[in-house]
Write a protein that binds this ligand. Structure first.
Ligand SMILES: [Zn+2]
Length: 95
């Protein structure tokens, strides 16, 4: 399918390779996949770092009540998941 402007192939904005089915300011499927892999790698590292920091913080200041201990245990994966999604989105915008 030609692009909306009627071109059959347009150059990728990152690598310059002419590929069909993309618009003028888009990346080719290879560059998009490479970008997605980098974003996932950055997000995974940020999530691991955030989980380690949360675990260290909750270990350095142990909660006094059993409910607080459960909150501290639950907060570690919750922080990791939130940081993963936020870092993935931020990396997608800036890479
Ligand atoms: Zn490309």
């Amino acid at each position: 399918m030609p692009s909306p402007a009627g071109w059959s192939e347009v150059p990728c904005v990152e690598c310059g390779q002419r590929v069909p089915d993309i618009d003028f300011v888009e990346r080719c499927p290879d560059c998009t996949a490479r970008r997605k892999r980098r974003c996932v790698l950055i997000a995974r590292r940020a999530a691991l770092l955030a989980a380690a920091l949360m675990a260290a913080w909750s270990w350095s200041r142990p909660p006094t009540s059993p409910t607080g201990q459960w909150y501290a245990v639950i907060a570690i994966p919750v922080v990791a998941v939130l940081v993963y999604h936020i870092a993935n989105r931020v990396a997608w915008e800036f890479l």
